[in-house]
Design a protein around this ligand. Structure first.
Ligand SMILES: C[S@@+](CC[C@H](N)C(=O)[O-])C[C@H]1O[C@@H](n2cnc3c(N)ncnc32)[C@H](O)[C@@H]1O
Length: 347
């Protein structure tokens, strides 16, 4: 019988080179896939972020090379929207931009290459953050990247914090609880600065911290922009989520059976932004702002831009579809309201 941490189970389920969910030939994103991410709702999001990247370029006094590193670019839509906007409206930035895609899945990297064919002289791919060049000036961007990393699961018992393991027995994988597999989990938990009720479950994302350290070491000057599902630790681990935040997605429906359909469904856990901010500081990344994505985009002029877009479209056919997609982005409780955005910077 084998026994592994839940983090190892999740790594194999999502990233096993031959059978992992993200590593195999399938539609992950969009109507025919398992879930939508924000770039499926049109170009507006990428256009606004491109404007923010251009503003950062000026704040950094127009460096001779400006690097945008996107972690986990999915199907490549966001990258295409950003590069198109820079090309059309911020040509000085476009002239010196390098766009580095960090993608673990060779299958998705191929998809991204196809989407970005028109920009092939400016884009390069890396399969690990660790392989990126050092001394980068620019921005590390990610959307729904940290929530796709393998997480450990812990359970609060009256006197101790235990860990949840996955054992393989004759009937298939089953959960088992035992003492923590690593002292790092205890340290992470004490830095989250919060408590749980006995019996409550929580996820701990050590890989997010390891990656943040690599990012901090590579960024010379610029920003880290992290958009994801999640919250501050005190909210994320409060008693409204006794079972934690792990979710499984298949064909746009949610289930709570992470041990079923291995490699056939997405597994995701909300991000603890308190830990990204606290550990980020250790790695030289100071928090600039942390807020709801809808509020952030509104401040950056999303509503005006959306209204302009909508007035340009006729009320039928693909244009109507585009208008409806735009509305889903910014209506109250629309997709942007479910995300947080964290900006960190290195001076
Ligand atoms: C949930 S998808 C998000 C895709 C995209 N950012 C979007 O918003 O549509 C997660 C992405 O991160 C990639 N990924 C996950 N872990 C990774 C790692 N350690 N290094 C590089 N890419 C990774 C996945 O293959 C996938 O492209």
């Amino acid at each position: 019988m084998s026994s592994i941490t839940f983090a190892e189970f999740m790594r194999r389920a999502l990233y096993d080179p031959t059978r992992g969910y993200y590593m195999t030939d399938r539609e992950h994103f969009g109507k025919r896939g398992d879930f939508n991410t924000i770039s499926a709702y049109g170009e507006l999001f990428g256009q606004i972020m491109a404007g923010e990247f251009a503003a950062l370029f000026r704040e950094l006094e127009s460096p001779s090379t400006f690097t945008i590193i996107e972690l986990g670019p999915g199907n490549g839509d966001f990258a295409r929207h950003v590069l198109t906007e820079l090309h059309e409206h911020f040509n000085d930035v476009f002239q010196v931009v390098r766009y580095l895609c960090v993608e673990i899945s060779p299958f998705l990297a191929d998809k991204q290459r196809l989407r970005l064919e028109g920009f092939s002289d400016r884009v390069a791919w890396y399969n690990e953050v660790d392989k990126l060049p050092a001394w980068l000036t620019g921005v590390f961007f990610s959307n729904e990247f940290f929530d796709a990393l393998p997480v450990h699961i812990v359970r609060q018992q009256p006197a101790v914090l235990n860990e949840v393991f996955v054992d393989e027995n004759d009937g298939g994988p089953v959960f088992r609880e035992a003492e923590l597999s690593s002292a790092r989990l205890r340290e992470y938990w004490s830095r989250a600065g919060t408590t749980m009720q006995p019996g409550q479950l929580a996820e701990i994302n050590l890989e997010a911290i390891d990656l943040l350290e690599l990012i901090g070491a590579r960024l010379k000057r610029g920003r880290v922009v992290t958009i994801d599902y999640g919250d501050l630790a005190a909210n994320l681990y409060d008693n409204t989520r006794p079972q934690g935040t792990l979710r499984c997605f298949s064909h746009h429906s949610l289930n709570d059976e992470p041990l079923a359909n291995i490699g056939e469904q997405d597994l995701t856990a909300s991000v603890n932004f308190t830990s990204l901010m606290a550990y980020g500081r250790d790695f030289g990344l100071e928090t600039v702002s942390f807020e709801n994505l809808a509020d952030h985009l509104t401040k950056k002029g999303m509503l005006d831009r959306a209204a302009r877009e909508l007035s340009r479209h006729s009320a039928e056919g693909p244009a109507l579809e585009k208008s409806l997609a735009l509305k889903q982005l910014f209506v109250p409780h629309g997709i942007a309201a479910h995300f947080k955005i964290l900006l960190q910077e290195k001076k």
